[in-house]
Design a protein. Structure first.
Length: 307
């Protein structure tokens, strides 16, 4: 029977899991992590009273005009644990070449699965018109894959104007899938704007300059949408969409940003031996977080940007 002391937290494998990164995952870039002290709680949003012009002139001997600010709980968060486990048989461990470490391989594989789920949920949150209510859906000749009729620069300009009108923040980011990026690099409107730059080679940095934002973040991660045992069907997680956004460059109190990842604890690796199966389990858990939109007005979704 498994007893408490048989389960140990492995600091070395935890370090592998925490440091394991893949530059195709962008969830934590677009929804920056905010560390919270409690697993559940409320977050607060200030109103726009600070943008109202009040009487500032004061007559001699009179009191200064008194103003106030408004702040109220806007929503709640509940960080949920995300966990998976894998198994390494003794035969695999014993027969592994010197250059291999099955326990580390299993740790990285399980970590990748957890990050894939994190990415999928971020994309689902940000590409839903019910969440990003400032949006447009392109179709037919308006889609950027129609090089003769579409106007990506105009579409992004509309998005930037909408965000700035409602927040007075200049959008600084465009999030797009690799599918959208690959279409844009050959779009005549983009080529025309950058044809005298770097021999006309289109990069994410040049597209950002064309769209007048600081960065273009390309979602390259994909997943297998087929049920287990069926023929593999691979698809890009970020679909065929683009999101124009203001994302705060600094994570702090009183920041305005599209969304955040409330993080209660970071993942740790536990391992234990199973004598009946003759091997070792590797479990990664305590990855407590929740992804939340906190200022939807900081985003504008261009749905089905390409065909």
């Amino acid at each position: 029977m498994l007893v408490q002391q048989d389960v140990v937290v492995d600091p070395a494998l935890s370090n592998v899991s925490i440091k394991y990164t893949n530059d195709t995952f962008i969830a934590d870039m677009v929804l920056p992590m905010v560390k919270v002290a409690k697993q559940t709680g409320k977050y607060y949003v200030y109103d726009k009273a600070n943008l109202r012009i009040d009487q500032t002139e004061r007559a001699a001997g009179s009191a200064a005009n008194e103003i106030d600010f408004g702040v109220a709980p806007s929503g709640t968060f509940a960080c949920e644990d995300h966990a998976l486990k894998g198994f390494v048989a003794d035969e695999i461990q014993d027969q592994a070449d010197a250059a291999l470490n099955p326990l580390i391989d299993e740790t990285e594989t399980v970590t990748e699965k957890l990050l894939l789920d994190r990415e999928y949920n971020a994309a689902a949150l940000l590409t839903d018109t019910a969440n990003i209510t400032q949006n447009t859906t392109l179709s037919g000749t308006s889609q950027w894959s129609d090089y003769n009729n579409s106007d990506p620069i105009g579409d992004v300009r509309t998005a930037r104007t909408t965000i700035h009108t409602n927040t007075f923040k200049k959008p600084n980011t465009i999030i797009m899938s690799k599918v959208v990026f690959d279409i844009l690099v050959d779009h005549p409107a983009i080529i025309e704007r950058i044809k005298y730059s770097q021999l006309g080679v289109v990069t994410a940095e040049l597209i950002a300059r064309v769209f007048q934002v600081e960065q273009v973040i390309v979602g390259e991660a994909g997943n297998n949408t087929a049920a287990e045992g069926q023929t593999d069907v691979l698809a890009y997680i970020w679909g065929k969409h683009a999101i124009v956004a203001y994302i705060s460059p600094v994570v702090r109190l009183k920041m305005l940003t599209l969304g955040v990842t409330f993080t209660y604890s970071q993942r740790i690796v536990k391992r234990w031996r199973d004598e009946d199966r003759e091997g070792t389990y590797v479990r990664i858990g305590n990855d407590n977080y929740v992804q939340k939109l906190v200022a939807a007005a900081c985003g504008y979704l261009i749905k089905n940007a390409v065909a």
